[in-house]
Design a protein around this ligand. Sequence first.
Ligand code: SF4
Length: 366
Amino acid sequence: MKVNPTYNTKESLLELYNKPLLELVFEAATIHRQFHNPREVQMSSLLSIKTGGCPEDCGYCPQAARYHTDVEAHKLMTVESVIEQAQNAKANGSSRLCMGAAWREVRDNKDFDNVIEMVQAVNNMDMEVCCTLGMMNEDQAKRLKNAGLFAYNHNLDSSKEFYGDVISTREYDDRLNTIENARKAGITVCSGGIIGMGEAVEDRVGLLMSYMEMDTPPESIPINALVAIEGTPLEDQKPIEQWEMIRMVATTRIAFPESVVRLSAGRTKMNMEGQALCFMAGASSIFAGDKLLTTPNPEFNEDKEMFDILGLIPKQAFADGEKPVTIPDEKIIERKRQEAERAAELAEASSKAKEAGFEPRKVTVS
Ligand code: SF4
């Protein structure tokens, strides 16, 4: 994954961002055509596998427990219901499933084992699997990689300087560490930002500079426009103009020619013409489905119509990288072995008790 050496300083990136809009779009479209098929746009689905109740304080997020929003907290979905949702998403044209859990960090518990099984199952359906689960260590990243995870999403959100204005419960460096852990495990990185949170243009460029400074920039860079949700600290932020979204997409495309730039949250505030300019400027992925975790998104049918009008075609899974191989997870195998052993012991004890004339108590193995 290479960066564009012409724009590897903050000054040059700022100059690029501020170019006359159509010049900027033309330059981005030209670069996009050198590295990507301009008709292909990936349809991805974002599924909230564990919603709300998050201890973090991200100022834009309705899932933070401390804000009074309409989001209802739900525990982790079952593996079976995730498979069902993945099948629906695939049938509707999505080639990538991103599963999001509102956790501060991954914990080594049964919930994580279940996520591992979800990743294994969806990878076996020939869909790219991406997860966004909060902070994770190297060992957890390795387990996800072995399960068949294609990408790990962990957004930097904005520049290092502005980050503290929006989030106080963890540091920018914590985010960078998690990205590094995904990288070390051989998982591709999906990391991007949100514009419209009250940041300066310098912060938008500062976000891109953070990726410029990485040894390997993200393979996937989602660009979101803030969807201001009632009850969050950013509820009164005015929506940004769609021109700003186009500018950010184009600048990102030029700076990172090989990465996939994803037009993500905020599409409900854009018209089709605005989105078309984003595709022209190098966006080659959208999130499909009427929900992005918990925020509204255009319906499948509207997107299908847009693809027809603009002559876009859905990008197939693994067009940008090989399908990961799923390797059986040792920890899950061992846990299941212990559970089976315990259940066998209980069954034996129960039958001995019966033989001895006792009516044993009912015991449930969890
Ligand atoms: S963005 Fe993620 S980490 Fe931040 S509050 Fe929302 S769910 Fe929690």
